[in-house]
Design a protein around this ligand. Structure first.
Ligand code: NAD
Length: 261
């Protein structure tokens, strides 16, 4: 229970990787502030189930993280309700695929706003509280696409490369404050975000979802299996642990060998 007494805010934790991270951090004893979109009744069920299963306090703090004022209000509500934001996991993210010359400008702006600026807005609002306490952990969920590119993902790859840059700058600035700032770079994790891409490929290629799942892995991930949200949660838990007290500014790959090639 190494995170007992700490509060972790995980953006985009109503689904996929964020929910997996919230569950693993709650399992380590942290109180959880959840955030993300979804049906209010389903979100309330996720919130109350998480609190009951792990015996922690759990609040839901609504915010569209692409809105700077909403992000500041999200940090304020989490602090008011749970007492602090000791751990900030910037996880919320979206995807859109098209060639650069066909990429809709509004999709570019949307992805940069959510996948990159949202993390900056949340850090901008949360770091002062961590610095005051002399302890804090920021974990930015980047991607293998923060380190290498794939075609048709201009905005996503640019945002994730940018997120690694932001991580390094903040890590340097926080080097002697007790706050560490790191990133995790997942490869393929089978979540709604990836399921949508697989289904689109199957439709375009006239193949089955199962065939496209295999093709997706075979193209990029030498270990021919998906990571799970809990694998990414385990990496986040490590970065929050005392054992990682001097780990800062890194990009921790959890990618089945993707970027080793
Ligand atoms: P997901 O679609 O399952 O979950 C995304 C979450 O973000 C949801 O809770 C959604 O409500 C929330 N969200 C979206 N826009 C938001 C906004 N504007 N404000 C607040 N919340 C918002 O996707 P996922 O696969 O779990 O992705 C989570 C993160 O992991 C993303 O940053 C993604 O880029 C990254 N990632 C995913 C994979 C993968 O293979 N799934 C690989 C590498 C990186």
């Amino acid at each position: 229970m190494e995170l007992k007494g700490k509060v972790a805010l995980v953006t985009g934790s109503t689904s996929g990787i964020g929910l997996g991270i919230a569950r693993v951090l709650a399992g380590a004893g942290a109180d959880i502030a959840m955030n993300g979109f979804g049906d209010p009744a389903e979100i309330e069920k996720l919130r109350s189930d998480l609190a009951a299963e792990f015996g922690v306090r759990c609040a839901f703090v609504a915010a569209d993280i692409s809105d700077p004022a909403a992000c500041a209000a999200m940090i304020e509500s989490a602090t008011a309700e749970l007492g602090a934001v000791d751990v900030l996991v910037n996880n919320a993210g979206v995807q859109f695929t098209a060639a650069v010359e066909e990429f809709p400008i509004e999709q570019w702006n949307r992805i940069i706003a959510i996948n990159l600026s949202g993390a900056f807005y949340a850090m901008h609002a949360a770091l002062p509280g961590m610095m005051k306490k002399g302890w804090g952990r920021v974990v930015n969920i980047a991607s293998a696409h923060g380190l290498v590119a794939s075609e048709h993902k201009a905005a996503y790859v640019a945002a994730k490369h940018g997120l690694l840059g932001l991580t390094k700058v903040a890590a340097l600035e926080q080097a002697n404050t007790g706050v560490t700032v790191n990133a995790i770079c997942p490869g393929w994790v089978l979540t709604p975000l990836v399921q949508k891409q697989i289904e689109e490929r199957a439709k375009t290629n006239g193949t089955s979802v199962q065939q496209e799942e295999h093709a997706l892995l075979a193209e990029k991930q030498p270990m021919l299996k998906f990571s799970t949200p809990e694998h990414i949660g385990a990496a986040a838990r490590y970065l929050c642990s005392d054992g990682a007290a001097t780990v800062t500014g890194i990009a921790l790959s959890v990618d089945g060998g993707w970027v080793a090639q």
